[in-house]
Ligand binder design. Structure first.
Ligand code: GLA
Length: 390
């Protein structure tokens, strides 16, 4: 989708051309899931599928937002943010507006049109893309800036405090800090980051969307957070110097066995082994060791499925089908789980076989069919030049 296409949609909706368009990318996490909210490591890329925000500054002090995804429009009064009905999607935007005001940003009236080619609710970070895209548009309209970390932190607060979704920081940081052709290694405790060049000579990344959008994720996600907190509390009884799950060694889990029930032991085992895998995967990427990277992806999926229990039949089936194809290095679920997408690292010449195998062996067996598409590592969110393709 191009800036002109979204501008034309904006013009149909609001009877004017927009002043500018912001592109805000989705993300695929290559490895390191359910580690961000316990201060661990993650390794996402921003992808070449985005939420686009076309924006025009207006004089009256209200922000009209039209979502093309839902074909719905909301109005937020700049001076009275709290008056909006509690529609779930609008709370992400209300949160961004309220928190920008709290930072002392003098907001203007706006018309905003949200569209793009990032599928919503597919576990590709669409909420964070919407938050960051809207925040960047509102900031650009009043000629203000926030640092990428401050912007990501503000957007996470909007999601946690207004949309009541207790997410970590991965999606927002990926959206504000990613770089084309690089993966982003994030230390979610210090928020320090490293861009690692993706040298995938002869290989590519393919996302396979299961089409499953489980609402259970919303209740299971907070439960996993509580389980991680309970596991940490039990472990600090034995090792008082441990402040975070990232500081635990595998042998310490064994010596805490009496204090952890089976579920908590599984949860903490996933987090500890996943953190170690992210660091090994980053090393493999630095040296372009794709077989090792793929093996770590496979181990990560097993851990998310067996120990953290956030996978589902559809994700597990697609992972198995993908791994049965010659030339596939590795496959795993990506993001929060319970549906959403699988990410596959495969040699470029095996991709037609991969797509064929997925359609032949998966489609028709579940309520929705699979949608495979290739992704490239894209740049962080930003204002688009007039005629740049998205
Ligand atoms: C969701 C959250 C992220 C992260 C992932 C799991 O995408 O928004 O913060 O916790 O799940 O890795």
């Amino acid at each position: 989708m191009t800036a002109q296409m979204i501008s034309a949609e904006f013009a149909t909706c609001f009877d004017h051309q927009p002043d500018f368009v912001v592109r805000s990318p989705g993300r695929v996490n290559l490895i390191g899931d359910h580690t961000d909210y316990t201060g661990g490591w993650v390794l996402p890329i921003a992808i070449d599928r985005s939420v686009l925000v076309a924006a025009r500054v207006v004089d009256p002090p209200y922000i009209d937002v039209h979502s093309a995804y839902l074909d719905q429009r909301i109005r937020i009064l700049v001076d009275d943010v709290a008056t909006l009905p509690d529609e779930s999607w609008s709370q992400y935007i209300v949160g961004v507006v309220a928190l920008l005001k709290e930072c002392g940003i003098p907001l203007r009236g706006f018309e905003l049109y949200l569209g793009g080619d990032l599928p919503p609710g597919a576990g590709l970070g669409s909420s964070a893309s919407m938050e960051v895209g809207v925040a960047q548009a509102l900031l650009k309209g009043v000629d203000k800036r926030l640092s990428p970390v401050a912007l990501a932190t503000l957007c996470r607060r909007a999601e946690q405090e207004y949309a009541k979704s207790p997410c970590g920081i991965m999606d927002q940081l990926s959206c504000t800090l990613a770089r084309a052709e690089h993966a982003l290694l994030i230390d979610c405790q210090s928020m320090s980051t490293e861009h690692i060049r993706l040298k995938l000579d002869g290989a590519a990344l393919v996302v396979i969307d299961t089409g499953v959008r489980h609402s259970i994720a919303r209740s299971e996600y907070p439960r996993r957070r509580r389980e991680c907190a309970a596991a940490l509390a039990a472990i600090t009884d034995v090792y008082p110097s441990i402040a975070s799950l990232r500081d635990i060694r595998e042998d310490q889990i064994v010596s805490c066995a009496k204090h952890l029930d089976d579920t908590l032991r599984q949860r903490v085992t996933h987090v500890v082994t996943e953190n170690a895998r992210v660091l090994r995967a980053a090393e493999a990427l630095r040296s372009s060791d794709l077989p090792t990277f793929g093996r770590l992806m496979n181990e990560s999926h097993a851990s998310l499925s067996d120990d953290f229990e956030v996978s589902c039949d559809e994700l597990n089936d697609i992972v198995s089908i993908a791994r049965s194809v010659d030339g596939v290095y590795g496959a795993r679920m990506t993001g929060g789980g319970f549906g959403g997408c699988v990410i596959v690292l495969a040699s470029s010449d095996s991709i037609p076989k991969l797509v064929k195998a997925v359609h032949e062996s998966f489609d028709g067996r579940y309520a929705s069919d699979a949608t495979p598409f290739s992704v490239r590592a894209a740049d962080a969110a930003g204002v688009l030049d007039d005629d740049r393709d998205v």
